[in-house]
Design a protein around this ligand. Structure first.
Ligand code: AMP
Length: 471
């Protein structure tokens, strides 16, 4: 079972380029970053799993985040999917759980007269549970009733469970908000505040809180201010999108020619390679899947009208290579970790550059080599300038027609500059560092960068952990 879990991942990693990604850590008494997993003791179990996962060295976000989380500091990290951020928070959290044991949660279970779950006693069998919408709630409840140390939840379904009295958050020690910007984009802020601020979850400063977000707009800054205590801010240079390990091609294709162009691309792609095709609408996804199917291609699709079960089924078929072509809408494909996508095709380009960056980040994951091809025509005028900037930044070939178009476009709307979010190759900057940063939450200026010395003296008693994700 173990060998199945750990097989097949992380081949062809091109760390030479990946290692150059800049990371900036700010905030008071920032713990020193590590260079190798051996620089920090996360205990036998976690270290063993790192070896089994064949993670030979930490990714840039891991080098910084692991010691920060281990020192019990709150963390706001601007890092993308694909940067290794999941392991960056999960490994040190798991290590802490194994070290501290279930603590208060076990006492609470005893006090309430519940027979203590053997799982709670045997710290080696840590129980994770998932709670997400679109799947059978009864099954999820039954699973929870067997005990849970680590909960991965979407905000809507979690609120539902709390209101049914199926989940109490009294003993939550670690709170992680992953892809926080996407959760807010999807309108989950009321649910997130309901969970974190209006129930029994321990307050900030008592629990340890980590937030991850690709960008750091105003709404996320406010959430960080409200949820985090004296946090370290990490800005991780963008990976995937700008790195040269993704070859980005932009081709001019009229709407009416898109299908035949796609067939040409697919026939040029190796049979074993996974190809992800992005379209704008659910209807478009269905229509294209039908078309490809009729043309003899083994393909599948995911979009917002598909049930969770159908999506999982489609994903499994894709991952396993049974259907090596996946047609997807942007929302449905967010956050997916499909590590060996060779080719991302923007059949329909998105209207904003962040979405473009996010999509092409599905290929070239953690240093693997990838290809992204985008069909461009008159409809895509609004993305011209940003797209050009991205191509230049990533040292990609820029078609001359795109350059002229961007030039025309800039002169038409001279006040429209490049997206500030991407300045300096980072997803964002620590707003506490700027004079206009508003409430500094007790941080004056630039805190000691990469310094050691946080005592980590908060007395956590043990309990549950909560990881939010949006999809
Ligand atoms: P994430 O950014 O968390 O979505 O991770 C992207 C992918 O990177 C996942 O498939 C991880 O298994 C993989 N990964 C994470 N950390 C490492 C590492 N240190 N070495 C190699 N692969 C990694």
């Amino acid at each position: 079972m173990c060998s199945e879990l750990f097989s097949g991942s992380n081949t062809g990693i091109n760390f030479e380029k990946y290692d150059d990604i800049p990371v900036e850590a700010t905030g008071q008494n920032c713990p020193r970053h590590i260079e190798s997993f051996q620089d920090v003791d996360m205990g036998e179990i976690v270290m063993g799993n790192i070896a089994l996962s064949r993670y030979t060295r930490p990714t840039p976000v891991q080098k910084y985040a692991i010691p920060i989380v281990k020192s019990k500091r709150d963390l706001m990290a601007c890092a993308q999917t694909g940067s290794g951020k999941t392991a960056a928070f999960l490994l040190p959290i798991l290590s802490q759980i194994y070290t501290d044991g279930p603590g208060e949660a076990l006492n609470a279970a005893k006090a309430s007269g519940q027979p203590p779950s053997p799982k709670l006693i045997n710290i080696y069998s840590l129980r994770p549970c998932v709670v997400y919408g679109g799947a059978d709630i009864g099954q999820q409840i039954r699973d929870l009733e067997r005990g849970c140390h680590l909960l991965v939840a979407t905000p809507g379904r979690l609120v539902d469970m709390m209101e049914r009295g199926k989940i109490g958050l009294d003993h939550c020690k670690y709170l992680v908000l992953d892809e926080a910007d996407r959760m807010l984009d999807m309108g989950f802020e009321p649910q997130i505040r309901r969970i974190v601020e209006q129930d029994t979850m321990p307050h900030k400063g008592v629990r340890q809180t980590m937030m991850f977000s690709a960008t750091f707009p105003k709404e996320i800054q406010i959430l960080a201010r409200d949820f985090l205590e004296e946090y370290i801010f990490l800005a991780v240079g963008r990976v995937g999108s700008t790195s040269e390990n993704i070859t980005q091609k932009v081709v001019w294709v009229e709407e009416s020619d898109k299908r035949s162009f796609l067939l040409d691309l697919l026939s040029a792609t190796g049979k074993d390679s996974l190809t992800l095709v992005f379209v704008e609408t659910k209807k478009g996804a269905d229509a294209l899947e039908d078309f490809l199917y009729r043309e003899g291609y083994a393909c599948t699709s995911i979009h917002g009208d598909r049930s969770q079960r159908d999506r999982e089924e489609a994903l499994n078929q894709f991952r396993s290579g049974k259907c090596p072509i996946l047609v997807a809408t942007a929302v449905a494909a967010r956050g997916l970790d499909i590590s060996n996508v060779k080719h991302v095709i923007n059949f329909d380009l998105p209207s904003d550059i962040e979405e473009y960056v996010h999509r092409i980040g599905r290929t070239g994951r953690v240093g693997n080599l990838g290809l992204a091809t985008s069909f461009f025509n008159d409809k895509n005028g609004n993305i011209t300038k940003d797209l050009l900037d991205i191509l230049v930044e990533a040292k990609q070939e820029v078609p001359s027609w795109l350059e002229s178009l961007a030039y025309e476009h800039q002169h038409k709307s001279s006040n429209r500059g490049r997206s500030k979010r991407f300045s300096g190759g980072f997803g964002a900057r620590d707003y506490r560092q700027t004079a206009a940063g508003g409430n500094t939450g007790g941080f004056g200026g630039r805190g000691g960068r990469n310094q050691t010395g946080h005592g980590g003296t908060r007395g956590f008693g043990g309990g549950e952990d909560l990881v939010f994700s949006y999809n």
